[in-house]
Design a protein around this ligand. Structure first.
Ligand code: HEM
Length: 539
């Protein structure tokens, strides 16, 4: 390939950073002209005005003026590390993905993040955490872009802008920064009750992890595996931390927010520097790929549902070890670009409507965030597999492509027709099993309508101390709402989950506990609210 040739060792240059412009014996301009002085601008006389002709001054300031790029629209705050993934060979029967083969070692880069805070926000806020891993496999890059909770707020990606608008700071005052404590957040999750399952995970201790090293990770969606014979299986990905799952107490989280807002990123970097390399086992739950795509009555295309591990055990397929800190935060952690559609042969998507929207969103946003379509040439994003994609030109094109015929087949450049057999290819055709009279519609399967039973399952699986933390979290966060009608609507949702939970939260809010028979409120926006709009109290 003429694009992104690998370095002599076959490793992308993020692993072998250049020292350009940082360590030389003398300072130069960006064009390599030697400089005698970078502390004083060129002036007309010692006390005179600065001259426009001072190229070094203008070049230095101009470059500085453009140092920032937009932060991620979500998951803006993160910390990352390099590492290695070693396959166990246990998944060979269900997938031809080579990086899972026994003993196969693959370089990886993992970025952990909060979802809602801006790039400079604190680490220990109550929020979901991102857990995204880039596997630089021989068969092309595989990104496992997951979270530390096994379910998501919404069942269809078309609602993603809405849940994020509801969770981000209010548009007028841009407060608060944390996920909860929002009238808009509680308004959304009490009206879109599919969000109640994810919300109870957030209100539990999982919402305030002790360390990135002690978090589980989940791919959430069901993915499809394809083996060497073309047979398909449905799977869900799980990361299990070797250190176990641990959380902060609420009081610890508050102290850390104030005293060390970088608590999690410091912990990750310090541990790796000290040689205490964090490890996670990658595991999969495996399901038969039936036309119904359900397991034990659970719809596998519904990302608000888990499949309990008692019903489908998590089977280990490999080990992740993070063993090297990034050398440069901007070059690596900030510029890395994950995408749930970066899949190697042997792993494919399913029709989960949340996943389907994600497949569009990440590339689209990265074209803005990383200024153009060529960000896969940035060292941290370069595949370690050879690239021959025929993509040409565009902003920040680093490759000097040779040849005149960027298309295949061609008869000018010795361009060959496709030689890879179907069995080698990614995104292979999987037979579509559509009902005969399929029509376009904006609707969802009836199986997506149960919004409370798994939230209840989560609640009843908690110990008394964990239940107490959940009650306190709901009471604290809902207590920050200005609108009583929103608190009451969320209490009606809690009544659907569990009477004890609802009663305790209601009493701490000083409100009556509704009965489970009252409207769950999906279609019950309070007329008073919708007519008056939101008002900040003036006292
Ligand atoms: C970023 C996870 C749903 C759009 C991220 C990141 C993670 C993540 C971990 C941060 C990646 C990084 O470290 O750079 C998830 C999970 C989801 C989900 C687990 C549901 C199961 C969605 C949906 C959309 C979306 C439905 C849009 C339709 C985005 C965008 C970014 C992002 C635009 C920023 C990407 C960038 O700027 O590089 N997501 N997400 N996500 N996600 Fe999601």
């Amino acid at each position: 390939t003429d694009l992104n040739p690998p370095t002599a060792t076959g490793v992308a240059s993020a692993q072998q950073p250049s020292d350009q412009g940082q360590q030389g014996a003398y300072l130069t301009t960006a064009q390599g002209a030697r400089l005698r002085d970078t502390d004083h601008s060129l002036k007309a006389g010692e006390r005179g005005p600065t001259l426009l002709q001072d190229h070094h001054l203008r070049e230095k300031i101009t470059h500085f003026d453009h140092e920032r790029i937009p932060e991620r629209v979500v998951h803006a705050r993160g910390a990352a590390a390099h590492g290695v993934f070693e396959g166990y060979g246990t998944a060979d029967k269900i997938t031809k993905a080579g990086f899972l083969a026994k003993g196969k070692q693959t370089p990886v880069f993992t970025r952990f993040s909060t979802v809602l805070g801006s790039r400079g926000s604190a680490d220990t806020v109550r929020d979901t955490r991102g857990f995204a891993t880039k596997f630089y496999t021989d068969g092309g890059t595989f990104d496992l872009v997951g979270n530390n909770m096994p379910v998501f707020f919404i069942q269809d990606g078309i609602k993603f802008p809405d849940i994020i608008h509801a969770g981000k700071p209010h548009p007028d005052r841009e407060i608060p920064q944390a996920q909860s404590a929002h009238d808009t957040f509680w308004d959304f999750v009490s009206l879109h009750t599919e969000a109640q399952h994810h919300t109870i995970w957030n209100m539990s201790d999982r919402g305030i992890p002790r360390s990135f090293r002690m978090m589980e990770g989940f791919g959430i969606h069901t993915f499809r595996c394809i083996n060497a014979e073309g047979a398909t299986t449905l799977i869900k990905f799980h990361w299990k931390p070797k250190l176990g799952v641990h959380s902060l107490t609420w009081e610890e989280a508050q102290l850390a927010c104030g005293m060390d807002p970088d608590f999690h990123r410091r912990d990750l970097a310090d541990a790796i520097e000290a040689g205490a390399f964090p490890q996670w086992e990658l595991g999969i739950q495996v399901f038969e790929d039936t036309p119904e795509q359900t397991f034990s009555g659970i719809d596998l295309l519904d990302p608000t549902k888990i499949v309990p591990e008692e019903l489908a055990p998590v089977q280990p397929v490999g080990l992740l070890t993070l063993n090297r800190n990034p050398l440069n935060y901007f070059a690596e952690t900030e510029q890395v670009a994950f995408h749930p559609g970066h899949l190697p042969p042997g792993i494919d998507v399913t029709d989960d409507p949340l996943l389907q929207a994600r497949l569009f969103s990440y590339l689209d946003t990265q074209i803005t965030r990383l200024a153009g379509p060529n960000f896969s040439q940035i060292p941290i994003n370069r595949p370690h597999a050879p690239v021959n994609d025929m993509f040409r030109d565009g902003w920040h094109q680093d490759a000097v492509h040779s040849g005149v015929a960027p298309y295949r087949p061609n008869s000018l450049d010795g361009g060959c027709p496709f030689t890879a057999g179907v069995e080698d290819g990614a995104f292979i055709d999987v037979e579509l099993k559509l009902p005969q009279a399929a029509t376009k519609l904006r609707d969802q399967p009836a199986s997506f309508d149960d919004h409370f039973s798994q939230a209840r399952l989560f609640w009843v699986s908690m110990s008394p101390a964990e239940k107490d933390h959940i009650i306190s979290a709901y009471a604290f966060e809902l207590g920050k709402c200005y609108e009583k009608a929103i608190q009451e609507r969320q209490l009606r949702c809690l009544a659907r989950i569990d009477a004890e939970l609802c009663g305790e939260v209601a009493s701490r809010l000083g409100l009556p506990a509704p009965s489970p028979e009252e409207s769950p409120a999906e279609v019950d926006p309070s007329p008073a609210l919708s007519q008056a709009g939101h008002r900040w109290p003036v006292d």
